[in-house]
Design a protein around this ligand. Sequence first.
Ligand code: FES
Ligand code: FES
Length: 174
Amino acid sequence: MEEERHAVTLVVNGRAVTEEVEPRLLLSHFLRDNLGLTGTHVGCDTSQCGVCTVWVDGLPVKSCTVLTVQADGSEITTVEELTHDGVPHVVQQAFQREHGLQCGFCTPGALMLSAWHVDHYPGASDAEIREALDGLICRCTGYENIVRAVKRAQALQEEAPAAMAGQAREEASS
Ligand code: FES
Ligand code: FES
């Protein structure tokens, strides 16, 4: 018997997408298999590892815990959207500088969690960062460097507005 399908419309990385999906289809699989956004990884499919984290209506969510039909009408942001106009998010820059990844398998989830945290809690302490990353399992156990990368991202974030203000002053006086 053919499975019943439901029409859903989501805005994914700023683009509206309408598709007919089976009611059991997980958001993680919809993103990867239907939309080809394979930056979102799937590690356990049982809500334990956090590598499938995306933002749903601006909040970090493990996409394997959500049915696509439940996300109908939502705005989804995936790791592919972190880089804008060729400029990586400060968290991506910081992960590169601090070697915040080893095999890279958990990295999409780590980036989405970290970027959200840096954007919302720019002055978080090490302990708060560790707590925020609690739902992420890094099989390479690279947690120290991930925390270091988030601290570095906080510093880069702080420098960015100052650098932009300086640039604006230079442009105004030239
Ligand atoms: Fe979603 Fe592991 S794949 S939490
Ligand atoms: Fe390998 Fe985290 S870097 S799983």
